[in-house]
Design a protein around this ligand. Structure first.
Ligand code: ADP
Ligand code: F6P
Length: 489
């Protein structure tokens, strides 16, 4: 069909995601402080500028009182954000429970929780009910703010039920859904008790997008094998209705990072870091403190490297910046103590009175500190056990034009498909392999570093977040025009 370019006009875009780009902290009955949220979804969507965008989502706090809700809605309005208020019980069952204890581990191949079967069945159902209820609340807010012609772009595993809720209320609404995590093999998705309902609901969208072709293929297989529908090269067909399914790999706002390196405050941070670690090579890890990031595996590989290379002890340091996340979910609490224990043991083993091999921080860094760290470090270590894309690897590459540091990247991150040729790809489960890759990276000659970096840099600056969003939205518009033409025929 005819390709229409909708990129030139400023289209109204309603972005619907569980997490708003800012999270609120209460400072009194009607006063709120807004802090930047952390995560790949927020980073990507903040890089999208060409649309007339409003965000709809949860501000990360429970606000039971009307005065507080009004005040927060007003504060958020200045950021073009619209809050969805979720009460504590819903957050517990929907966000901590169904989203982060069931869907998240399942989509990252960790599996379903292994508690007592009967208890799981009961709590599973109530968590799924809360999930559906939360999705209905998001749909209510979308409806309230929707204007004819808007594009409604739903995001991530928190909102798989939303396309159906929206289309049931208004079948003309243009609805897209994008998944920021992997979509697992259909053999994994099959395990989910609510597998049918979730697939059907996602298929209510006009366009469904994934980071990689593999995730899209897994989704189509799930629809054909589990729902018995027909897969076509365009997507999935159900009783004459086509849902378009395609890959849209996300990127970052690379210019924002590159420009930040010139700022005096970033240069100051860089100076301090260079002095602090003079004479040592510096390796960097930046992650949410999540089980999918393979942080224990990364640290154990670093230990193995020190064990096998005594000449490197005191000459290399690992900075692991791990911001706590989803701290009400027990698995995440266990991970924090596990990581602390390993770091303590290794520092005790290889540290001296004046230096330790691992600096582990449980916090987030502000943008300027983060850019400085990306720019001055010699090697970045991304060891995700599974990861939808992993934007940290993109950010590192964007900041390395002068140093040309090495990226060690898990083959299980979506980014391995785009940065694979420039990075050293590793299997994070293989501690020996990661340890030897660390040695390879630290010893890599300058010309090889330059070649690898150049390859990745070219990719990162030419596949931006803006391009990702424009492509998705324009594809959604085209899909709808084509569907209209088909029904008229
Ligand atoms: P995920 O979406 O799973 O968190 P990504 O790597 O795609 O993984 O995105 C993480 C985003 O969060 C990046 O933009 C990164 O800069 C940011 N981030 C992660 N950890 C930290 C941290 N400790 N301090 C500041 N920002 C962080
Ligand atoms: O990008 C993956 C992701 O799960 C986002 O969906 C989410 O916003 C982010 O990580 C951070 O997690 P949370 O919103 O649970 O703090």
């Amino acid at each position: 069909g005819e390709r229409l370019d909708f990129r030139t006009s400023k289209q109204r875009l309603l972005v619907v995601a569980n997490r708003l780009p800012v999270s609120a902290v209460r400072h009194g009955e009607d006063s709120w402080q807004l802090e930047m949220s952390v995560g790949g979804l927020v980073t990507a969507l903040l890089g999208v500028k060409e649309f007339d965008t409003r965000w709809i989502g949860w501000a990360g706090v429970n606000v039971p009182d009307e005065i507080g809700q009004k005040a927060l809605a007003k504060a958020l309005d200045e950021k073009r954000c619209i809050p969805v208020f979720l009460d504590e019980e819903v957050v517990h069952q929907y966000y901590n429970g169904y989203c982060n204890n069931i869907l998240w581990p399942l989509f990252h191949y960790i599996g379903l929780p292994q508690e007592d079967r009967l208890a799981t069945t009961r709590s599973f159902q109530s968590q799924f009910d809360a999930y559906k209820k939360a999705n209905q609340l998001f749909a209510d807010v979308v409806n309230e703010h929707y204007e004819e012609g808007d594009v409604v772009w739903c995001h991530d595993y928190h909102l798989m039920f939303l396309p159906k809720c929206l289309k049931e209320r208004n079948s003309k609404m243009k609805v897209g859904w994008f998944l920021h995590t992997p979509f697992p093999s259909s053999e994994i998705h099959r395990m989910l008790p609510s597998r049918l309902e979730l697939l059907r609901s996602v298929l209510a969208a006009d366009l469904v997008g994934f980071h990689t072709y593999d995730y899209a293929r897994h989704f189509v297989s799930a629809c054909t094998r589990i729902l018995g529908l027909e897969g076509t090269p365009e997507g999935v067909e159900d009783q004459g209705k086509l849902t378009r399914i395609a890959a849209f790999p996300v990127g970052i706002d690379s210019e924002r990072f590159i420009k930040a390196l010139e700022l005096p405050e970033v240069q100051d941070h860089m100076k301090v870091l260079k002095q602090r670690f003079a004479g040592r090579k510096v390796m960097l890890g930046v992650d949410r403190l999540d089980m999918i990031k393979g942080i224990p595996q990364k640290i154990l590989a670093f230990e193995k490297f020190l064990e096998e290379n005594p000449n490197w002890r005191n000459k290399v340091v690992l900075l692991q910046i791990a911001v706590p996340t989803r701290t009400d979910v027990p698995e995440y609490q266990k991970l924090t103590s596990q990581v602390h224990e390993i770091v303590g043991r290794i520092n005790g083993r290889f540290g001296s009175l004046t230096a330790v091999p691992i600096h582990h921080l449980d916090r987030s860094l502000d943008f300027h500190e983060l850019c400085a760290l990306y720019a001055v470090t010699d090697v970045a270590l991304v060891t995700s056990l599974r990861d939808g894309m992993n934007l940290v690897s993109y950010e590192y590459v964007a900041c390395q034009e002068s140093k040309k540091g090495v990226l060690i990247l898990s083959e299980f991150a979506g980014a391995a498909q785009s940065l694979g040729a420039g990075a050293i790809l590793v299997n994070p489960w293989n501690v020996t392999e990661v340890a030897s890759s660390i040695g390879y990276a630290l010893n890599m000659p300058a010309d090889e570093r330059e070649k690898r970096h150049h390859h990745n840099f070219k990719h990162v600056i030419s596949h931006t977040a803006q391009e990702w969003a424009s492509t998705f939205v324009s594809e959604l518009n085209v899909t709808i025009v084509e569907a209209q033409l088909r029904t008229r025929q």
